[in-house]
Design a protein around this ligand. Structure first.
Ligand SMILES: [Mn+2]
Length: 489
């Protein structure tokens, strides 16, 4: 029997993090000289801490904080890391572990292990930070620490600047580092792209596996389980980029289905569309993929109409994306293609430009077209400092309004949903009621929605789709009927 996977987890090149650190040093030195500031001081980051479940001793599986992961690639908790701006020297500070760690949790690794594994110049213990950095400092006056403090524009949370005993012996700068380090993460290196590609390859393969095993009568969580098993078993992916969304039937119009109050537990029925948004993470770098298809392997005419509206939007965006293109324009392009298709299908009437003026696209696609992807699913850097979010329906949900640049990785995820909470007011509003064929819209009660999501890498003169799943209706129906993937020509 053929192996269920054609993939093997790649060796992770730790040079990737050495390059990330060099990139940050170059950017921060450039920034400091531009603003006539001395090239002295240290970048200092605090890694993540392990968390227990409430008051118990149950320890949740640790995943490193993303900025720390970007610069140091350290998988263990409770570390600090520093960079000397003057010399480029890199430092890791490891927690000093109690002797009984060796009894319960395994060998206590020497500092030389961390120095070699993570390719830093030197490794010390966390309780040595103050002394080491004071000794290393070559500038005049009190040594300066550049700490990470800034807003995550997707969550509205702030990153937590490093704190340690003795920090009062230093001057601290809380504003310089965050925007510079965030901007470094926006443009991916070839080494980063290779990991995002692997996360995409294994997740694409897992989506195809689900497509082959799906049956009427299964539970949604069984689809999640097949995906998780495949990416972990064959890809070594212990983490997902986000909680799996396995929405079927009318749940597929619930944009963030799958959370604790809606835990992917519905039974699949004949005639359902499924919307599966699942992506694995490999060595911190993620993927974010959505496939939509009928559980009974055959698209109905109405399902085809909505599916192809979304696929045409997905393909139109991908064939237009290149450096210099505005993401807002891509969002509007997707809306327009979807509205045109719905008009052709008899669901809407009237002039599509007039619909665009009334922001009708947001009734069917209330979320943004996509977001940057990397170590975080919603990778930071979507809004540069001082740029305001748009206020109009649909556009206000955009996670970025930037122009595309070579080296960005962004998701293209148009969708078309039939959400009563949006449709009923729009169909009743004097400005927009005329656009709806009310009887035709009625057919879609309980239909749910379709989303198609791929991860693309912006290249010098276009873009490359990193996601490799069946997309055309013919491809999906063939794979569900047992054809190999990729299809043999
Ligand atoms: Mn996404």
């Amino acid at each position: 029997m053929a192996s269920p996977s054609s993939l093997t987890p790649p060796t992770v090149p730790i040079e990737l993090h050495v390059c990330n650190r060099e990139k940050l040093l170059t950017s921060i030195r450039h920034h400091l000289s531009q603003s006539s500031r001395p090239l002295h001081g240290f970048v200092l980051l605090q890694g993540g801490e392990e968390q227990t479940r409430y008051d118990t001793d149950h320890i949740e599986v640790f995943r490193q904080e993303s900025y720390f992961a970007y610069l140091f690639g350290v998988r263990e908790p409770s570390f600090f890391g520093a960079l000397d701006i003057a010399t480029g020297k890199s430092f890791l500070f490891a927690p000093r572990l109690p002797a009984d760690y060796a009894v319960w949790l395994g060998e206590i690794k020497p500092l030389s292990y961390f120095k070699e594994r993570y390719m830093v110049s030197v490794a010390y213990y966390v309780d040595e930070i103050t002394k080491v950095l004071q000794d290393e400092y070559q500038g005049s006056g009190t040594p300066l620490l550049f700490l990470l403090h800034g807003l995550n524009t997707d969550s509205d949370n702030f990153s937590k600047p490093a704190e340690f005993q003795g920090i009062d012996k230093f001057d601290t700068d809380l504003t310089t580092l965050h925007p510079i380090l965030t901007e470094c993460r926006v443009i991916k290196s070839d080494l980063e792209l290779a990991l995002i590609q692997f996360a995409n390859d294994i997740s694409s393969e897992a989506h195809v596996e689900v497509m082959r095993k799906i049956r009427v009568g299964m539970y949604e969580y069984q689809l999640e389980s097949i995906f998780l098993h495949h990416t972990y078993m064959y890809g070594g992916c212990r983490h997902c980029s986000y909680t799996c969304i396995c929405a079927t039937g009318e749940n597929s119009a619930v944009l963030h289905y799958g959370h604790a109050a809606a835990p992917n537990d519905r039974t699949l029925e004949d005639g359902d569309l499924v919307l599966l948004d699942m992506g694995a993470e490999y060595h911190f770098y993620g993927s974010d993929i959505t496939c939509s298809y009928p559980v009974n392997k055959k698209f109905t005419p109405d399902q085809s109409l909505v599916y192809n509206a979304v696929l045409d939007a997905h393909n139109a965006v991908i064939s237009t994306l290149k450096p210099g293109v505005s993401w807002v324009d891509m969002h509007k392009l997707a809306e327009k293609v979807i509205l045109e298709s719905l008009k052709r299908g008899g669901i809407l009437n009237g002039n599509v430009n007039d619909m665009m003026v009334e922001r009708l696209g947001a009734v069917f696609m209330p979320h943004g077209l996509g977001h940057m992807l990397g170590i975080d699913t919603h990778d930071p850097g979507g809004y540069l400092k001082g740029i305001e979010r748009p206020k109009e329906p649909g556009l206000k949900s955009l996670r970025t309004t930037r122009q595309m640049q070579e080296g960005m990785v962004i998701t293209v995820e148009p969708g078309c949903y039939f959400i009563d909470a949006l449709l009923i007011p729009a169909m009743g509003s004097p400005n927009t009621t005329k656009f709806f064929n009310h009887e035709a819209v009625g057919r879609f009660k309980g239909f749910g929605g379709v989303r198609i999501e791929s991860d693309v890498h912006i290249t010098a003169n276009g873009c490359k789709n990193m996601t490799k799943v069946p997309r055309e209706i013919g491809e999906i129906e063939a794979v569900m009927a047992g054809a190999p993937w990729p299809l043999e020509k």
